[in-house]
Design a protein around this ligand. Sequence first.
Ligand SMILES: NC(=O)c1ccc[n+]([C@@H]2O[C@H](COP(=O)([O-])OP(=O)(O)OC[C@H]3O[C@@H](n4cnc5c(N)ncnc54)[C@H](OP(=O)(O)O)[C@@H]3O)[C@@H](O)[C@H]2O)c1
Length: 313
Amino acid sequence: MTDQDIIVIYHSPDYPITYWQEWLDKLTSRIILVPLDSPEASRAEVMITWNPPKGAIAQMPHLKGVVSLAQGVDHLLSDPTLPQNLMIGRLIDPFMSQSMAEWVLLAILKEHRDDALYSAAAKRKEWTKTIPKIPEDFTVSVMGIGAIGGHVAEKVAGFGFSVLGWSRHEKSLSGVTSLTGIEGFNRCLAEADYVVSVLPLTEDTQDIYNAESFAKMKPGAFFINCGRGMQVDEDALIAALDRGHLSGACLDVFRVEPLPQDHPLWDHPKVTIWPHVSAQTSPITAATQVFDSIMAIREGKPPVNPVNPARGY
Ligand SMILES: NC(=O)c1ccc[n+]([C@@H]2O[C@H](COP(=O)([O-])OP(=O)(O)OC[C@H]3O[C@@H](n4cnc5c(N)ncnc54)[C@H](OP(=O)(O)O)[C@@H]3O)[C@@H](O)[C@H]2O)c1
C-alpha cells in the first residue's frame, strides 16, 4: 500500500471482498478494500457494508462515514453503539426498484393467473380452464411507496390493478391512490386483495403485521413481504393462514435469516419462501454511487444518498 491508497473497510456476509474490489477497480486504482478484522482497518475513514456485527463500527477510530450496501439502513441504525457523528449513506438504485417490481409482479401474477392450479392440472395432463379475472377488479395495497415501493406501485398499476399506496407523506404517483396515517393503513388492509409490504424497519414498523392487522385484512387476501422480517409476527401470520382468513403469502424476508431449518413457514402449503433476493444489490449498477460516496465522505461532504438517523430510515 502507498500513501495514495484509500483504505476502505468492507464487510458483507453476502459477497466476497474481491467481488466489490473488482468493480471499484474499474473506477479507480486507489481504493483498497480491507476486511473488518485486518490491521489496516483501523486506518480507514470509510466503511462499506451490509449487516456488520453490532459494536464493530464503534471500534474504528478514524471512521468518518459508512455506506450501506443496501437501500435499507436498519442493519446500521439498530446498533446502539453506532457513533452519532458518523455520516451514513444508503443506495438508491433504479435496478433494485425494477428488480423488486419484477418480483412483486411475479408473486401477484402467479396468483392472479392461477399458476399453481394450471401447473398441477398440466402434470395430470388435464386440459382445464378457469374464468378470466380482470385486474381492475383487484386491489393491490403497496405499504411503503418510497424509492422502491413507489416504482413497484406504478408498475403494478401499469398492469391495470387498482393500487393504493401507504406512506407517511402524501405522494403523487401515476395510477396510485396515496393514503397516509392510521386511516390509510386500515383502508389499505381492508380493501386489498394483495397486501405488498416494502416498508423500512423502524420503531414504528416493527411488528406492524400482527394478529390485529391480519384480522383487518380482507378475507382471502394474499400477503407479500419484501420489506423486513421483523415487521411480521410470523405466528400470527401462520394462524391467519391456517384459519383461512388469508389465502396465502409470498415472503422474501424473515425475523431470523437464513430461515431456520425447523421453521414451520418452510413447510406451510400456503407459503412461498424466497431467500432475501427480491432486490439484490449489484456492484454492476451501484459501484459508481458507492465510489462517489466514499470520495465525498473522505472530503467531509455528505454521501450520495445521505440518511438522517433521526428519521429512522
Ligand atoms: N427484500 C429485499 O431484497 C429488499 C431490497 C431492498 C430494500 N428492501 C426493503 O425495502 C425498504 C424500502 O426501501 P426504499 O429504498 O423504498 O426506502 P424509502 O425510499 O426510504 O421509502 C420508504 C417508504 O416507507 C414509508 N414509511 C416509512 N415509515 C413509515 C411509517 N411509519 N408509516 C407509513 N409509511 C412509512 C416512507 O414514507 P415517506 O415517503 O412518507 O417518507 C416511504 O414511502 C428498505 O428499507 C428495506 O427494508 C428489501
